[in-house]
Each structure stands twice: as structure tokens, then as C-alpha cells.
Design a protein around this ligand. Structure first.
Ligand code: AHR
Length: 497
């Protein structure tokens, strides 16, 4: 197979907002308890934060982490999780049918996020609650002092405001599974009034309006069109969520799912732009893809869990090599839309559909999907370049005209390096890539990182890392032409400088 690509310094998509490499921690399963927080663990600090996890998260350079849900937030009373631990109530957690001890809450999360150098993206409960609790939580977090809620924060030991900038107005309110599920009009009205009041409390914040939970929702994309009729001028982003799975064992179709992701993003951009025109608005709405990943391996195991336990192993997908390829392709797709997607959160970060796994009382390890996420986050900062690609294509059961080559490049003006991210979707053949880099005279290959494995179902464990990258990729650059060989079903990062 042969493919061609042209990279031109001036063909810019946009500057990449680093927050597209965000992630998510929900009060769900072992994400918090046994994941980021495990007092008594031999490697925990004095606050109970696992140092091994902090290290793995820090290496990923995660710029922003969404919290505390997810479906959890729609039944959450944030007041339960602040103040003296011994006074915090245990509650039935209805979204995931567990018991929430509230041992960990808002202040602990903000401290933890600081310890990994990440911003916080906080969600408010628009399921069982509304304007009053949203404004109180915001006052508690961001108001300097001299009022009931801000003084309570001080009393709890946090003299300086937390200065949380980005806030989600609820979670997946289009989904019947959501506590307090709402029609688009019901949600739009509530979100608008909540947004209005929250911006009165703190005009410096940014707000995210809920959109569709996935492209299969019967209300997609009308939910966005109707709810944004209400919220368009009051919010800064609309939210998108999407998970994929290879339930039929059809890898060719599975790897093409990033085309559905692309379709999702384009549809929501069109919906936002239609509203912009209709409202004669000057504002262009940006997108927050605040939940995305592969999620299906753990579905059956989760059905067998007994309800009402504390931090059970829920949504513990063990990822395979092919999942890492799709994750790589999803990252490429987000980068291709860097002009409108300004925030994205891999869902989630630890133990729950996550790149990082832990053993309670034991070690921490990297799943297969850790690697494309790491590479994109570390090497994908700068300006996304519009790739002009000519690739042979294939037809699969669910998608036609799927390019074997999925690729995008990022130019970092500070380091003057280019990173080409590329997935070869072919299950049988390697792909020879000829890439025109004449607008980068004198550039040569720094390294060619490859994630490859003969076994598409290979997975990692605490003991054995079967899927890990190597830097022995085959590529060279001369006289403005980069030539690279991308092994069959592989993820590649070609760094040039
Ligand atoms: O990330 C797991 C769950 O997926 C979240 O709680 C919810 O928002 C989505 O349905």
C-alpha cells in the first residue's frame, strides 16, 4: 500500500488548545477510592494520594480533569464532601448503585489536581438540583471571602479561592438513564438560568452546555439545536460524548469508528453555526468533547456486580492493542478539528475505562491506550496542520471508503519540531508513506515511534507489558521528502526537526 501526504507550514487548522488532552475522574468504581486516593497505601502521601498514580498521570501531562461526574453528579450533594470527614454522610449512590462514603470531595480533588498540575473542570448537578446549589458551590470555590459559602471554605482550611474556571452545566441530560433526565427545552431553560446566575457570581468562568450522549441517541442532533436555542449566548462550549466498542469482533469496521467521530463533530459544528446565523450572533460556539474512549469490555462483568458496595471494580475495561489504534485515530480526529474542539477528556483516567490501572494496596500499570494518549499529549502541542492526504481506501461492514492512512501533523513553533501522528488501518499490509515536507527545509527525522503488535488482542497487565512503543520505526527525510514505512495495523509518531 502507498499513500501520499503534503505538509505545508502555512496550511494551519488552528493552534491546538492543550486542554484537548484532558481527562476525567468520576466518583465511580475505583477511580477515586483505590485509584487516585488510597490512604494507607504504602506509596500514598500524607493526604492519601497515591504517588505512583500521580507519577503516571504527570507523565501524561494532563492539562485539565473533569470532576465529579458523569452520571454521578446528577445525584450528588457537594456539601456532603466538604468539612470534617467524620461528619460526612454515607449515601446511596443511585447512578452506579453503590455506597458513596464522601471521604473524598471537592477540596481533596482540587488539591489532587494541583499535585498533577492540572486545571479542574467542575460539573454541577442539574439532575436532582439546580440554580441554588450551583451558585453556592461556585461561591464556595471561587469567591474570595466575606460570605457564608466562601467563609465556610476558609473554615475548611482553604483560605485562597480555588479559582475553578471551567464548569459543566450538568451531564448527559438527554439520556433517560440520567437522574433528572430532561427534554431539550427543559434542560435548555434550566441551563440558561443556571448559567446566568453562575456568571453573576463569577463572570470569569466558562460554561459547557450538555449535548448528545452519543450519535445513536434518537434526539441527536435536535437536542443540541433545541437546548442551544436557550443557552447559546450564555455558554462557551457545547459538550459531546462518545464511546466505541468492537462487540462484533470486526476490526476493520471498528478501526473506522473515528469516521463516525468526525461526522459527530462536523454535525455539531453545523448545528452551532446554524444557531449562530439564526441568532445573528457574533459568537462562534466551541466544542468540549468531554467524554471519549473505548468502552465495552467490562459491560457483562458489570451486570453481575452486587449493588450497594463501596468502590467496586466497575467499568474496568482491559484494553487490547486494537483499542489503542482506535484511540490513536480518535486523537487524530480531535486534532483535525482543533479549530473548534477546545476541550476533550479521555474518559476516564484511573481504573474506570482508563489508561492507568491500579491494584488496591499494590502497583499501578499502563494500559495499551496509555501510549497514544501520552504521545499526542506530549508531542501534539502547537499548531495543527491541515494534512492533504491521498490514501488507498477500503470498505467495511459499517463504513465505506475508509482511508488506510489516518494522519495529522502538529508543528510546535517553540521547539520548531513537527510531529506526524499516523495510524495504518490495514490489517494485512504495511503502508509506504511519501510526505512532501518542502516547506520545512533541512528537516530530518528525530525519531519514529511505533506501537505495533502481531496480536490485535494483546493486552497489558501489572506483570507484563505486551504492548509498548519502540523507536525503531523506518523513516528518513531528504530533499523535502519524508519516506516512512508504517507497519500493518500500527500507531506511529514521526518526529521531525
Ligand atoms: O464515563 C462513564 C459514564 O459514561 C459517565 O458517567 C456518563 O456521563 C457516560 O454515560
Amino acid at each position: 500500500l502507498k499513500a501520499k501526504m503534503i505538509l505545508e507550514k502555512d496550511f494551519k487548522i488552528s493552534e491546538v488548545d492543550p486542554r484537548i488532552y484532558g481527562s476525567f475522574i468520576e466518583h465511580l468504581g475505583r477511580a477515586v477510592y483505590g485509584g487516585i486516593y488510597e490512604p494507607g497505601h504504602h506509596d500514598a502521601d500524607e493526604r492519601g494520594f497515591r504517588r505512583d498514580v500521580i507519577k503516571l498521570v504527570s507523565d501524561l501531562q494532563v492539562p485539565i480533569v473533569r470532576y465529579p461526574g458523569g452520571n454521578f453528579v446528577s445525584g450528588y450533594n457537594w456539601e456532603d464532601g466538604v468539612g470534617a470527614r467524620e461528619d460526612r454522610p454515607r449515601r446511596l449512590e443511585l447512578a452506579w448503585r453503590t455506597i458513596e462514603t464522601n471521604e473524598f470531595g471537592t477540596n481533596e480533588f482540587i488539591e489532587w489536581a494541583r499535585s498533577v498540575n492540572a486545571q479542574v473542570m467542575m460539573a454541577v448537578n442539574l439532575g436532582t438540583r439546580g440554580i441554588d446549589d450551583a451558585r453556592n458551590l461556585l461561591e464556595y470555590c471561587n469567591h474570595p471571602g466575606g460570605t457564608y459559602w466562601s467563609d465556610l471554605r476558609k473554615k475548611h482550611g482553604y483560605v485562597q479561592p480555588h479559582a475553578v474556571k471551567t464548569w459543566c452545566l450538568g451531564n448527559e441530560m438527554d439520556g433517560p438513564w440520567q437522574i433528572g433526565h430532561k427534554t431539550a427545552d427543559e434542560y435548555g431553560r434550566l441551563a440558561l438560568e443556571t448559567a446566568k446566575v453562575m456568571k453573576w457570581v463569577d463572570p470569569t468562568i466558562e460554561l459547557v452546555s450538555c449535548g448528545s450522549s452519543n450519535t445513536s441517541m434518537p434526539t441527536f442532533p435536535q437536542y443540541e439545536a433545541t437546548s442551544l436555542e436557550h443557552t447559546y449566548e450564555a455558554v462557551d462550549y457545547v459538550s459531546l460524548h462518545q464511546y466505541y466498542g468492537n462487540r462484533d469482533g470486526d476490526t476493520a469496521s471498528y478501526l473506522a469508528n473515528s469516521m463516525d467521530l468526525d461526522h459527530f463533530i462536523k454535525t455539531i459544528i453545523s448545528t452551532c453555526d446554524y444557531l449562530k446565523a439564526k441568532k445573528r450572533s457574533k459568537k462562534t460556539m466551541n466544542l468540549s468533547f468531554d467524554e471519549w474512549n473505548v468502552w465495552f469490555h467490562s459491560n457483562e462483568a458489570d451486570k453481575k456486580l452486587e449493588p450497594w458496595s463501596i468502590a467496586p471494580p466497575q467499568l474496568e475495561d482491559i484494553y487490547t492493542f486494537e483499542d489503542a489504534l482506535l484511540v490513536g485515530s480518535m486523537l487524530i480526529t480531535l486534532l483535525k478539528h482543533a479549530d473548534r474542539v477546545k476541550i476533550a477528556c479521555m474518559a476516564q483516567l484511573v481504573n474506570v475505562i482508563a489508561p492507568i490501572m491500579t491494584v488496591n494496596g499494590g502497583g499501578a500499570w499502563k494500559q495499551t491506550i496509555y501510549y497514544p494518549y501520552l504521545h499526542a499529549s506530549v508531542y501534539g502541542r502547537g499548531i495543527a496542520l491541515q494534512p492533504v492526504v491521498s490514501s488507498p481506501k477500503y470498505d467495511s461492514k459499517s463504513f465505506t471508503d475508509v482511508p488506510y492512512l489516518d494522519s495529522v501533523a502538529v508543528f510546535n513553533p517553540e521547539s520548531e519540531e513537527i510531529s506526524i501522528f499516523a495510524v495504518n488501518r490495514s490489517l494485512d499490509e504495511s503502508l509506504i508513506l511519501d510526505c512532501d515536507i518542502r516547506s520545512f527545509p533541512g528537516y530530518s527525522v528525530i525519531e519514529h515511534i511505533v506501537l505495533e503488535n502481531d496480536d490485535l488482542k494483546a493486552a497489558n497487565t501489572l506483570e507484563i507489558e505486551r504492548v509498548k512503543p519502540h523507536t525503531g520505526g523506518d523513516s528518513s527525510a531528504r530533499d523535502g521528502l519524508l519516506q516512512a514505512q508504517l507497519p500493518k495495523h500500527s500507531w506511529n509518531v514521526i518526529r521531525l526537526g
